[in-house]
Design a protein around this ligand. Structure first.
Ligand code: GLN
Length: 306
């Protein structure tokens, strides 16, 4: 497979979609980013990386971090990770990523780890396991991406905290059901920090390599059991793009996780991990050009999981 040629064709196909959505503005610091950006990278399981466009420009990972916090909780739980599934489900929610509506009827147990409520529970668990959830996450991402320069973006974290009433509400509501182990202010603070980490398409594609390698890191050491990697990929497919997960599976057919910074990572198990970035989003919070690019990538290569 000539990845470079495929990526160039995918980028040309996706370009007209770049301005079709809206850059997230509910976190004001995110609105500063130009809607014109587009980048895509592929890291294959042997460690070769290819990219086109703004593939080396860092952007705010936002909810893509939810994939890595779940992986880290599983990796740190040393086989006892099943307990996280007592506290968060693994069904698609069919509701927006920051919705409160299901939580009351479902006793403070979020539908899945990739909506905000579920990610807050995972961050809470990571805080208990590590004592410093966001710093552990940053170190983990530096190690997996091989980029020691990865950092938090303080302006984004502050902006999100300033406008964080809804996430605070989700956390307090779950705490009222006894589904948080740590104080709400600490859980949301670590969650905002983890969302603020800046990474490029290259960094994210490389860091997500263990998902394509059935749990193995780039150096061959084992991060997760194969069945754990399979589970994360399965939840990405069914829940990773929120209330558009059905549409995304229909169009792209890959496990994927999006973020409101405009990034999407996608996994082709046994082959490669992709990351695409373009900041303008559709109404559900997924990058318009990013989805068009992944759709075209699986059409051209025939490499969907279906
Ligand atoms: N930090 C964002 C929030 O909590 C993440 C949402 C997202 O990327 N979908 O609202």
């Amino acid at each position: 497979m000539d990845y470079q040629a495929v990526l160039e064709e995918v980028a040309a196909h996706a370009r007209p979609y770049v301005r079709q959505g809206r850059v997230a503005d509910y976190i004001p610091a995110l609105e500063q980013v130009s809607a014109d950006r587009f980048g895509i990278a592929v890291a294959d399981i042997n460690g070769d990386v290819y990219g086109v466009g703004d593939w080396e420009t860092p952007f705010s990972v936002q909810s893509i971090s939810k994939t890595f916090s779940l992986a880290l909780v599983m990796a740190q739980s040393h086989g006892g990770h099943d307990s996280i599934w007592q506290r968060v489900g693994r069904e698609p929610s069919g509701t927006p990523f920051n919705s409160l509506v299901q939580l009351e009827a479902e006793n403070g147990i979020p539908r899945n780890p990739f909506i905000n409520a579920g990610a807050l529970v995972v961050t809470d668990r990571l805080q208990t396991l590590t004592g410093d959830a966001s710093t552990s996450m940053l170190h983990f991402l530096r190690e997996e991406s091989g980029n020691e320069d990865l950092a938090f973006d303080q302006a984004v974290a502050d902006s999100e905290a300033e406008h964080g009433d809804r996430n605070a509400a989700l956390a307090h509501f779950m705490a009222s059901f006894g589904n948080l182990e740590n104080p709400v202010p600490s859980v949301i603070e670590h969650y905002f920090w983890q969302c603020s980490i800046e990474m490029s398409c290259r960094d994210l594609a490389v860091a997500g390599g263990f998902l394509a390698r059935h749990g193995l890191r780039a150096d061959g050491s084992r991060l997760l059991e194969a069945r754990e990697a399979k589970r994360i990929n399965a939840v990405m497919l069914t829940c990773g793009t929120y209330d558009a997960a059905g549409e995304f599976a229909y169009r792209v057919g890959l496990p994927a996780k999006s973020g409101v910074g405009g990034g999407i990572i996608a996994v082709i198990p046994g082959r490669c991990t992709l990351c695409v970035w373009s900041p303008a989003l559709d109404a559900r919070g997924n990058s318009v050009a990013g989805a068009a690019a992944l759709d075209h990538f699986t059409t051209l290569t025939g490499w969907s999981v279906f």
